[in-house]
Design a protein around this ligand. Sequence first.
Ligand SMILES: [Zn+2]
Length: 305
Amino acid sequence: MILRQFTCRAVINSCTQARIRRLRGSVEMAKPSSDLAAFREFFGKAKNIAILTGAGVSAESGVPTFRGAGGFWRKWQAQDLATPEAFSRNPSRVWEFYHYRREVMLTKEPNPAHKAIAECEERLGKQGRKVTVITQNIDELHRRAGSKTILELHGSLFKTRCLSCGHEAANYKSPICDALKDKGAPDPDTHDAQIPVEQLPRCEQAGCGGLLRPAVVWFGESLDSGVLSRSEQVLDSCDLCLVVGTSSVVYPAAMFAPQVAARGVPVAEFNMENTPATMRFKFHFHGPCGTTLPAALARHENESN
Ligand SMILES: [Zn+2]
């Protein structure tokens, strides 16, 4: 399985692009269809559906990504702050950034794409059929929409990990600690709060008290091997794959769908733009996924209950 070679989070480089092109070279190239009725034929029969989701789904809920043009928090973008080096250099600044992102999520809601996926999982589950979400998003909007089977490739904004004892825990506190209250403003002229490290979020395991970090996968870090192997199992066994709102430029997610397509399994892309992989997919539905996905995943006439 090729995924093992791409277990580290990074924006794709030219060498990797060449390898992906070689992998994709093994797949027959044809213009993807936007025939919803034809997609629905596959959907009506599928027993095991994998749904890969990325930033585009969250963007429709107004969740900022801090990437690309205009995507700044103060003077920085995600790739400047979402690294182990940035955290060890300036844990206060990185915690301000994540505190801001956690607090922003209190004002955001799942959109019709999240809801259509959750509703589809529940409905198909009653028919003995399976839907698994594999997401690059860390905002937990799939969970809040009601999805149950979720593999979070990049972790969660609402989990912490202790640097001393390694304990991981869900954490929905607002603010996450007293010192971060009202900190994290995104404006470029905001000064760092320079919170002493002992006042940043600390481990609550008995006798520990170590510094906590967000349990997200930072640039340059490896993906969780358990999450990755469960994702591989899902992708190896799915009979329909949806790629929703992901630009296919961050790997290993960029590898997933082409690999499923190479098995001959239909892949349907729902996105605002053509991505480098689009030509390898059977279907491409253009537009906001909050509009395209509910129609695609609605109850099929074949469904018994
Ligand atoms: Zn600890």
